[in-house]
Design a protein around this ligand. Structure first.
Ligand SMILES: Nc1ncnc2c1ncn2[C@@H]1O[C@H](COP(=O)(O)OP(=O)(O)O)[C@@H](O)[C@H]1O
Ligand SMILES: [Mg+2]
Length: 444
């Protein structure tokens, strides 16, 4: 058995006291023997008391450190004693605490990394946690919110209503909620569920998943389908109308019949152009027409496009000039894509121009990049419309575009094709003065 030093001294003294008391009883006169024995015993008891006192102080200090959260504190152990129990308790509690701390850190790291907004409240509605994503979205300080009622600290009607419903009914609920962040309205799929601990209600958890992009894409698709429908309906209605007129007698009207047939043809052309553009756009977007990048000399390509569009330019009374581009490095591009880009831009520059106007195609070396500019002296684009001209079906002057056989898809095809080749497109326009469309591509 291991003994503490104080206790050892006291026991030693007791052992020593035994023969002294024995000798005193046998050798001294009775009254002296009695007082000597009492004296020795009192001294021994006093020493033992001091030793116990010191042990108690030691243990008290260890318990105080443990209470303060220092689980490394240990009592100098005496086997099987209270101190040994205390040490075991300290070890177990310290281990469990370390495990819990690790788990908490892991949970906090996960919550911090989540793009979803998360908040949890206890059964009394006090905030347990608000993760960084939600604190950003709601504009609340997560630290300040903790421990306060969610109604006043989260300050969002939708989130608060969800939490209130879950705390009351103890059933999971999902619902779409909207948040205004800056100037944007964001849409969230919000899921709230009750929390339980040992089968008892322990609060509620809410998770917000951002579905703004999804909703926008759905809206774009809806608009797109509506636009396509609308674009198809107009020429189809005309074709049907003229066909009916012919059937009802105009067929025999030798003077007007050819004109009606020509109109039907024009509308059929528009339809097929629309279908071609739509198929092009869909092929580019779905990645089925991945660009085959190679060095492409811009001068010859632009001259070729200008030649192809010469009849159209002549009909419009507009001159097309291609500036010399001999010194220009070739672009790293897909020849067919680039040809389509230039053709679309020159086509627009001719269509939205006046008789006597002009179009100039030129190139510039930007060092590592090359820039093509198609500049016209045409009608120009109002400043408010400029940011939208690359959108599908966006047209400044619908009637003029239709009359010219436009589909409203040309510039969105230009933008998609340019970006697929790692380039970018921009526009500058003045009214009066004309427009300049610029396509910048990597040099080969
Ligand atoms: N060079 C230009 N000058 C003036 N307006 C232009 C020019 N290019 C395009 N636009 C405007 O941008 C709209 C979209 O162009 P685009 O996508 O090519 O469709 P569209 O089939 O109508 O030509 C046109 O309807 C026109 O209003
Ligand atoms: Mg066009």
């Amino acid at each position: 058995m291991r003994l503490g030093p104080g206790r050892r001294a006291a026991l030693g003294l007791c052992a020593l006291a035994a023969p002294v008391v024995w000798a005193a009883v046998h050798l001294l006169p009775p009254h002296e023997a009695a007082s000597a024995s009492v004296l020795v015993l009192v001294a021994a008891a006093w020493l033992l008391g001091r030793a116990v006192d010191a042990r108690l102080k030691e243990l008290t200090e260890v318990v105080r450190r443990l209470a303060a959260g220092d689980f490394t504190a240990r009592a100098p152990a005496v086997e099987g004693g209270l101190d040994e129990e205390l040490n075991r308790l300290a070890e177990r509690t310290g281990g469990e605490l370390a495990e819990l701390t690790g788990e908490k850190a892991r949970l906090e790291a996960v919550l911090a990394q989540m793009t979803e907004g998360v908040a949890a409240v206890d059964a009394g509605g006090l905030v347990l946690v608000v993760n960084p994503a939600l604190s950003r979205l709601l504009g609340v300080d997560a630290g300040a919110a903790r421990g306060r009622p969610y109604l006043e600290s989260l300050r969002h009607k939708g989130v608060s209503e969800l939490l209130a419903a879950v705390l009351k009914d103890r059933r999971p609920i999902s619902q779409e909620i909207r948040l205004v962040a800056g100037r944007e309205e964001l849409v969230f799929d919000a899921h709230a569920a009750p929390l339980t601990r040992a089968d008892r209600p322990a609060g509620a958890l809410v998770v917000l998943h951002d579905i703004t992009r999804l909703r926008r894409l759905e809206a774009v698709r809806r608009d797109f389908v509506a636009n396509v429908g609308h674009e198809l309906r107009t020429p189809l209605a005309s074709i049907k109308g003229f066909a009916e007129t012919l059937r009802e007698g105009a067929l025999n009207d030798k003077e007007h019949a050819p004109e009606f047939v020509r109109t039907i043809e024009t509308h059929a052309d528009r339809l097929s152009k629309l279908v071609d553009d739509l198929l092009d756009l869909s092929a580019i977007e779905s990645g089925h027409r991945a660009p085959r990048l190679e060095p492409v000399a811009l001068g010859p390509l632009c001259a070729e496009v200008a030649r192809e569009l010469a009849p159209q330019a002549e009909a419009a009374g507009v001159t097309v000039r291609v500036a010399p581009m001999e010194g220009l490095p070739p672009a790293r591009a897909d020849r067919e894509h680039l040809r389509q880009i230039v053709a679309n831009l020159v086509d627009n520059a001719l269509k939205y121009n006046e008789r006597g106007g002009s179009v100039e195609v030129s190139g510039e070396d930007l060092g590592g990049r090359v820039r093509l500019t198609v500049r016209d002296t045409g009608v120009g684009i109002p400043e408010g419309d400029l940011p939208r001209v690359f959108e599908r079906f966006y047209r400044v002057d619908k009637a003029r575009s239709r009359e010219a056989g436009g589909t409203g898809l040309g510039l969105s095809i230009v933008k998609h094709l340019t970006e697929a080749q790692g380039g970018e497109v921009s526009v500058e326009s003045r009214q009066p003065g004309g427009s300049a469309f610029r396509v910048t591509l990597p040099a080969a």
